[in-house]
Design a protein around this ligand. Structure first.
Ligand SMILES: [Zn+2]
Length: 153
């Protein structure tokens, strides 16, 4: 039985929602795509944007391009307080529950964007208490506070 369903989301147009209670550590959905070599992804103009949302690095030789309709997991939104994590296992990528998730909760993970001067191009709408307002990976979010403080002073 599927652990998720597609629904309209408050974060973005669509999202994935838990269709039942999910225990921490559960594999929820495979992040499907096509395996491409790192060499190719580095030169392919398709990935020539700084934030390749659907591109996952598997190892030093291969990436996974998840930018396909059949990849339902691409509908999972970013959150500053995510309940899922994405892990590679061999050449496959899975979305796991990183905490217990209640039926009806929206699934989310940290997109892991690095911080740069263009962070304002990627606003976050996750509505969690700790939302910093932009899609930036957890370890770099303090930089947003710094950038805001500089602007205001
Ligand atoms: Zn947020």
């Amino acid at each position: 039985m599927k652990l998720y369903k597609i629904k309209k989301s408050k974060i973005d147009k669509k999202g994935l929602y838990a269709s039942q209670n999910i225990e921490k550590g559960t594999k929820i959905i495979e992040y499907k795509g096509k395996i491409i070599s790192v060499k190719k992804s580095e030169v392919d103009p398709k990935f020539d944007n700084r934030k390749a949302i659907y591109l996952f690095n598997i190892n030093n030789r291969y990436d996974l391009d998840g930018d396909f309709k059949f990849n339902i997991a691409r509908l999972i939104n970013h959150s500053c307080n995510p309940n899922c994590e994405v892990f590679g296992e061999g050449l496959k990528i899975w979305v796991y529950a990183m905490k217990d998730i209640k039926k009806g909760e929206e699934l989310s993970y940290d997109y892991g964007f690095s911080f740069d001067e263009n962070f304002r191009e990627f606003p976050c709408n996750c509505q969690s208490k700790n939302c910093v307002g932009f899609i930036v990976r957890e370890g770099s979010r303090w930089r947003i506070q710094n950038a805001k403080a500089k602007r205001e002073s």
